[in-house]
Each structure stands twice: as C-alpha cells, then as structure tokens.
Design a protein around this ligand. Sequence first.
Ligand code: FO1
Length: 336
Amino acid sequence: MRIVVLTGGIGGAKFLVGVRAYARRTGAEVTAVVNVGDDAVLHGLRVCPDLDSVMYTLGGGADAQRGWGRAGETWAVKEELTAYRAEPTWFGLGDRDIATHLVRTTMMNAGYPLSAVTDALCVRWNPGVRMIPATDDRLETHVVVSDPDPAPPAQRAIHFQEWWVRHRGALPTHRFVFVGAAQAEPAPGVLDALAAADVVLIAPSNPVVSVAPVLAVPGIREALVGGAAPVVGVSPIIGDAPVRGMADRCLAVLDVPCTAAAVAGLYGSRRSGGVLDGWLVDPVDAAAETDGVPVRAVPLWMTDETATAQMVAAAVELAGSVEPAGTRPRPDGVAR
Ligand code: FO1
C-alpha cells in the first residue's frame, strides 16, 4: 500500500511518527509532502521549520518538549548574534540546528533544489518515510496585519515567522498570502506519489498555514480532487480547541469557527469540489456535521506512537470504506 501524507507543523511531524509505525507493521510505503510556507531566510540561512520538524522528529533528533529544533541544543551563536544586535533576535537558531541550515544553504547556493537538499539531509537522519517539499519554488506565507498604534491603522505584510514567533499572532490580522504560490510547481515526485497513492492522508496540521499552502501549489489540490485515491483528513481540532499551536487564531482570521466540522468544511467534500472523502474526528466531536463527508470518531490524542498508529489505522480503514467521488478506473483497469 502507498500512503501519501500532506503535512506541516509540529502536529504533522508527530502524526507521521504514527504513519511510519503503521507502515512498518503493514509494509506500506509512505511519502510525506511537506509545507514550505513557513520557510524563511534568516541571518543569510534558509530555515525550513516544517521539513526540519519531520526530519528531526522521525530521525530521533528533535527536542520533544519544544517540538522544533534539536534535542540537547545550545545557543552560543544566538547569544553572539544578540550581542551584535543582529536582527532578528526574536527567532532562536540553536547551534546544532544552524549546521542543518548551513548545509542546506550551501547546497542551495550551489544550485541544488530544496527537494535534493532534503534527500541529502535525510541520508543522515533516515526518517523512514520519503520527504518531499511541496515545491522547490519560492512559496512563503506572509500575513497582512495592521499596526494597532497609528491611526488610521496601516495594513502591512509580515513574514509568517514574525507573526507567529515575534507577535504570537497578537496583531490585528486580515489575511494570509502564499507569496509565489501561483508560479510554484509541485516538487519532483509529488504528483507521481499522489497518482500512485492508494490513500492520501491530510495530517492534523494547522489547516490555514500548514495544509493550505500545500494545496495552494498548482496541481496538488487538482491531484487530490481528480485522483483515484481516497483522501481522508484528520481533524486538528478536538472539542473546539486546537491540539496545539494557533489553529484557532488562524481560523478566526478566515472567520471559520474552531470546530472539527468547520475545518472539514474548509477542506470541502470531494462531492462538492473539495478534497475530502472521509474525516477522522475525536469522539468528543462525533456529531460533527460534515456536508456528507463520512466521519469516523476515534481518539485523536497523539499521546504516543501506538496511539497515533491506531489513528492512522482508523484513517486508512475509513479510506477503504469510502468510494472517492472522483473515482476513475486506475490505469491498470482496476476500478477502486
Ligand atoms: N518557534 C518559536 O516559537 N520560537 C523560535 O525562536 C523558533 C525558532 C525556530 C527555529 C528553527 C525552526 O525550524 C523552528 C523554529 N520555531 C520557533 C518554530 C517555528 O516557528 C514553527 O515550528 C513553525 O514555523 C510553525 O509550525
């Protein structure tokens, strides 16, 4: 079985630990298509938070408590940069993490695309799933905000990392813009993986700033909607609250309620032009109304690898029980 997971953020990395465990048990192959909208060039280095969260978490090098960056991290370079008042001082680059960004930036400056760099970094980290950035092209999430003080408040765009880390989202926020998305192409292997997939899972990642930028790459959403593989999403919201992070803050910017049902509505049912054939919710949200998308209620707390693997098994089972609305007989003639 071939499983493709659209993922981003720290929750997505934790979910992939469960997908890998499920795959090891069943012999499935896993491809993670990872958000790059959070990426930023800071102090001259290309930082890829979502790719690194997956790589470090599955590679055993992540700081589990922080959720990002390396275990056993030290901050000497950050302290020196702060002593120089070298902005941005609000973004913490750990010494070990910097080595990753140096290797990545050196390779990209030499002309290697991000997907090739990711493959090279994974030779060391061996995550146990194939990781592909959603695109090798520039795609950055920027956030249009107003500064509270000047009157009338002037709108301006800041990089997602500044919104997320410096301001914790606590600015009057108008919209998210995926800069470069319209010109971006799926990275090599993404569309092939989606075409060959037996099931596509949307990780319980932030739907607004982790999953949406992946779907914004021309060709990726279309590959889900028109593909033969059933698409099952896992709700990032349990009991009207995000499992972690600021999905509530991001959904509010879109005037979307912070509920499992509303996020399913955001992704849309494949029957009505969206991407979902199935939606996995926590039992507390079992009554979620989802515009006809079949729902399964299973515990969604990713307390450990076994619990997460059970979520994955439930998602795959749900995928097997739904007839994707966009079903076309596969090239080998075997209709799904
Ligand atoms: N998040 C923070 O809240 N503060 C930081 O200083 C910070 C530094 C950082 C460095 C590298 C990296 O890969 C991630 C980092 N993050 C930090 C997390 C990052 O902002 C988020 O993980 C994602 O971009 C949102 O999912």
